[in-house]
Design a protein around this ligand. Structure first.
Ligand code: ATP
Ligand code: MG
Length: 570
């Protein structure tokens, strides 16, 4: 390919709104262009990289017995109603009405459609199956950001395993775990597999593949001394025991003028109202109904844990007017003692606690002597607390650390929710009917591309690993108008192509500085510089993008040398 004939619109300046490195470099390098917030065009270089990620994924999926499908992106509402997710998916689902007045949506994921296809299976003899596709997904994300890291329209490899029983599912899950490990290794990524929440999908075991990066939106908790690693959405830590009195007297109101925060109340009475002796009362609107959420005063709520516990994504903190109307007080003086008309969910750290302090549902008043079991009608207990950095590991007591990362892949054990909803059953060897046990597994292709850029770049630009580079080598021709140089470049180009190396020939009539900086920005792993001076003695320069080491190589040897190195790194 000749650079002069290619569409590689590199930019000197960063796009104004870009913070993430991958966003800046993919735009500047001419890989992507934004059409609107969360929607990007893949330009030719971006398309080449994505195609390589696509191929790696297909090879590894085929390697575990996967069969590729391609399903519709537009779905009738009816199938999502049947699984119960038409409501659950909330505002994240793009919905549209067709000319007949029928409701439709754009697929955010494809459990429903694959489960419908699975109704054509009838016998355990046809199992196991692994079905996958690589296809566009649509999600109306509240905050599309960071270039292609979080968008509203993206390509996902989603696969689904179909088994007769839990053992089969466990095996399919392990196969995917292995395939994902190989996929991300081949993409040149450093990553961790961490325990995760199953979110709105339902199901049990769930593991995410996370690439450490400040541009990520996931917080990961790892133990300094054992191999515990989990997404903060799911992580737990050891709870230090707080000493409570054996019995407490009846609750008692006391004035707390102007006190609106846990810290202010603790300051007023550092012993009896220490933060770990207070109850934090939050009010949430869950599916349009109010819910009281209780935590220990020094603990923070993790909203995803509340989503998991309530099974809906339609949650938001209640507005002060809603709270005032329901409880008669404003945040800062709220409590659950005596509340009978609103449901209460409490964090496990409050179980069995006595002698606590909480708001009295009357501004400027609090209650003391609260015995949680005696005084509060807790409808549900759940793990709602966010682990904090420095907490102790529940497994071995080691120190927990928090770090940020990008979720590039997610595997989870779904179970039978979708097969039951769609009626996908098979008969076992005795003729008894069983719902198919499913697993569901996803990788975002553009997000993976961006994660590679986040973890492999320098001040000059992107440093693509050979395995996913848009081209493997760039021939930088210093004097394309010199027939000698042009002939040598053309010869080398052909020799490299004959050896199966992917080459771009930079024949543009540009200054060498422009060509060098473009090649470095775009991140092509090898560069051969051909100029009249070197060629007089039959030499060219070979530069390796990673580390920018340059060596002088015989023109006659350079194609073989590159072909060897490229083959070793593919
Ligand atoms: P997130 O928590 O980041 O929103 P998710 O849990 O919703 O991700 P899954 O439903 O598990 O993601 O989707 C599988 C994969 O699809 C993710 O691991 C990620 O690589 C990719 N992905 C999900 N949402 C987006 C998005 N908005 N933009 C780009 N890629 C995405
Ligand atoms: Mg999401």
């Amino acid at each position: 390919m000749r650079w002069s004939q290619s569409f590689i619109p590199t930019l000197r300046d960063d796009p104004a709104d870009a913070e993430a490195v991958s966003h800046r470099l993919l735009v500047r390098g001419g890989f992507i262009r934004q059409l609107s917030a969360g929607h990007y065009s893949m330009l030719p270089l971006g398309q080449r990289v994505r195609a390589k990620v696509d191929r790696i994924i297909r090879e590894e999926m085929d390697g575990i017995g996967g069969q590729q499908f391609h399903l519709p992106a537009l779905h009738p509402a009816e199938i999502w109603q049947r699984s119960g997710r038409w409501e659950v998916m909330g505002d994240e689902m793009f919905r549209l009405v067709d000319r007949k007045g029928a409701d439709n949506c754009l697929g955010m994921t494809h459990e429903e459609v694959f489960a419908i296809l699975a109704t054509e299976l009838s016998s355990y003899r046809q199992l196991p199956q692994i079905w996958y596709q690589i296809q566009t997904k649509f999600r109306d994300e509240p905050r599309p950001k960071s270039g292609v890291l979080r968008v509203r329209e993206f390509t996902m490899k989603d696969s689904y395993s179909l088994d007769i029983d839990q053992d089969g599912l466990d095996a399919a899950f392990e196969k995917h775990h292995g395939a994902y490990t190989r996929i991300f290794e081949r993409c040149g990524l450093v990553f961790a597999d961490v325990q995760a929440s199953s979110g709105a999908m339902g199901g049990s075991e769930s593991v995410e593949f996370i690439v450490p990066s400040p541009a990520g939106e996931d917080w990961i908790v790892t133990c300094a001394t054992c191999d515990y690693r989990a997404n903060l959405e799911r992580a737990t830590s050891k709870l230090e025991v707080v000493d409570d009195p054996d019995a407490v007297e009846a609750t008692e109101r006391f004035p707390t003028p102007g006190v609106r925060t846990i810290a202010a109340l603790a300051q007023l009475d550092p012993v009896a109202a220490a933060a770990d002796r207070q109850i934090k009362t939050l009010v949430y609107s869950i599916d349009h109904e109010l819910l009281l959420v209780l935590l220990r005063g020094d603990h923070e709520l993790h909203e995803q844990k509340l989503i998991d516990a309530t099974g809906t994504v339609n949650i938001r903190p209640a507005h002060p007017e809603e709270i005032q109307a329901a409880l008669g007080a404003l945040p800062g003086s709220l409590g659950a003692v005596g509340v009978t008309d609103l449901p209460v969910i409490a964090d496990e750290a409050l179980a069995g606690r006595r002698g606590l302090v909480t708001g009295a549902n009357s501004d400027d008043w609090h209650l003391r002597n609260v015995d949680v079991a005696r005084d509060i009608d807790v409808g549900r207990w759940a793990d709602l607390r966010a682990v904090a950095s420095g907490d102790s590991c529940a497994a071995d007591g080691g120190e927990l650390r928090l770090w940020k990362g990008i979720e590039v892949g997610h595997i989870f054990k779904l179970g039978t929710k979708y097969s039951i909803a769609m009626g996908a059953t098979v008969q076992d060897e005795n003729g008894a009917s069983h719902p198919i046990v499913m697993g569901s597994y996803g990788i975002g292709l553009e997000r993976t591309m961006a994660a590679i850029v986040e973890s492999s770049n320098d001040e000059r630009g992107i440093v693509w690993p050979v395995s996913v580079a848009p081209y493997e080598v760039v021939l930088t021709v210093l004097r394309p108008d010199d027939p000698e140089v042009e002939r040598a470049a053309q010869g080398l180009n052909e020799e490299l192509l004959a050896r199966g190396v992917e080459v771009v020939l930079d024949d543009r009539l540009e200054r060498p500085g422009v060509k060098f900086s473009d090649a470095e920005l775009v991140g092509i792993p090898f560069r051969v510089t051909l100029g009249p001076k070197g060629l007089q003695s039959g030499m060219v320069e070979l530069t390796t993008r990673l580390g920018m080491a340059t060596e002088s190589v015989d023109l006659g040897d350079v194609a073989g040398e590159i072909a060897t190195r490229v083959a070793a790194q593919r």
